[in-house]
Design a protein around this ligand. Structure first.
Ligand code: KG4
Ligand code: ZN
Length: 341
């Protein structure tokens, strides 16, 4: 059994997954409400809560999976990218659990985890496939060649899609996290009422969402406070449609470019009903993991570890976390190196 630990942002997560990809437990403690009043995740508050919650969430996963620590043969933990203080809590917990038991430890890239979410469960999605990951911190298209072997073929040049949802929601006076709130409001609006940019000027398979948020800001200003308030649902619907169109347009382009015919989606934005509906219309074989596997979770981290070499004791004790993908240090356990960016 693999014990996965994920603390890269504001969710404290632990999971038990078998080598075959069966999820025995997937435990999550979300801090979302704690950060809501600040309108976003406050890194220091996130780290402190991870400190308080990590052991409890691991215990909860063991209880749910009917297992003891002695049943664990490998510990998988998110090494980055994410909030550095938050990551360090999970990484330290993983080392502290693994070292006394002389267990191996697999340091996992958070994005590798999102991609590996589709490889879980009773009917895992078999590569090759195109994978769209759209979350609060990342938006990318991955060409998945084999389990654990994929490369980025498109990425956002500025904001992530989830960030665009969150910032748009904030402009419309909705709470954090904005994605689900904006989706609910959009359901009552007319998506044709307002047109928003979809980053059409961005070449190839890359995304850009920064202009979208600015465009919403201008629309709200032009309308004036009272009218913007009255048309809030229409604004949300148009805004959501632009994000979904931007994502789906790149997916179509990437499918044509690579010749791939199957698609998996992941990341928090994959929970969005409008995106799910548009993706279904593509008429492809699509893997849409259940919501709890789309948003941050530790089952996906344990899943990724199935296809990565692990480090033996004591080699992992010196591992450090990394905040950004670009600053990712060479990982001695990673034979793929530059293949994963
Ligand atoms: O993958 P995730 O849980 O955490 C990151 O790694 O970022 O994604 C969180 C993001 C947030 O920006 C949130 O607003 C967005 O996913 N999100 C949604 C929905 N549910 C979560 N966006 C649109 N519609 C949703 N239903
Ligand atoms: Zn994520």
């Amino acid at each position: 059994m693999i014990l996965g630990i994920e603390t890269s942002c504001d969710d404290t997560c632990a999971a038990l997954v078998t080598r075959a990809g069966e999820i025995r437990a997937n435990s999550i403690s979300s801090q979302g409400e704690l950060h809501a009043r600040f309108g976003g995740v406050v890194p220091e508050i996130a780290s402190r809560h991870h400190l308080e919650l990590t052991n409890a969430v691991i215990d909860a996963a063991l209880l749910e999976g009917g297992a003891a620590l002695d049943d664990v043969e490998l510990i998988a933990v998110t090494q980055g990218p994410g909030l550095i203080g938050a990551l360090l809590v999970g990484l330290s917990a993983a080392k502290a659990l693994a070292a006394p038991r002389r267990l191996p430890l697999a340091p996992i890239d958070h994005l590798d985890g999102h991609v590996a979410a589709s490889l879980l469960g009773p009917s895992p999605f078999a590569p090759p496939f195109l994978c769209l990951i759209a979350s609060g911190g990342h938006t990318l298209l991955a060409h998945v060649e084999a389990p654990g072997r994929w490369r980025t073929i498109g990425r956002t040049l500025d904001d992530a899609a989830g960030e665009a949802f969150d910032k748009g929601a904030r402009l419309l006076g909705l709470g954090y996290p904005g994605g689900p709130a904006l989706e609910r409001l959009a359901a009552q609006g007319d998506p044709e009422a307002f047109a928003f940019p979809i980053g059409a000027g961005v070449a190839d398979l890359d995304f850009s969402f920064a202009g979208l948020k600015t465009s919403l800001l201008y629309r709200v200003r032009e309308l004036g406070e009272a009218e913007a308030e009255r048309r809030r649902a229409d604004l949300a619907a148009g805004y959501q449609r632009a994000i979904v169109t931007a994502l789906v347009t790149r997916v179509e382009r990437a499918l044509a470019r690579t010749g791939l015919t199957r698609l998996a989606i992941g990341g928090g934005v994959a929970a969005n009903g409008a995106l799910r509906a548009r993706v279904a219309e593509l008429g492809l074989e699509v893997s849409v993991p259940p919501r709890e596997l789309c948003t941050d979770n530790a089952a996906m981290i344990a899943s990724a570890a199935r296809f990565r070499p692990a480090l033996a004791f004591p080699d992992y004790l010196a591992l450090d976390a990394y905040a950004s993908g670009e600053r990712r240090p060479p990982n001695p356990a990673d034979e793929l190196g530059a293949a994963r960016t």
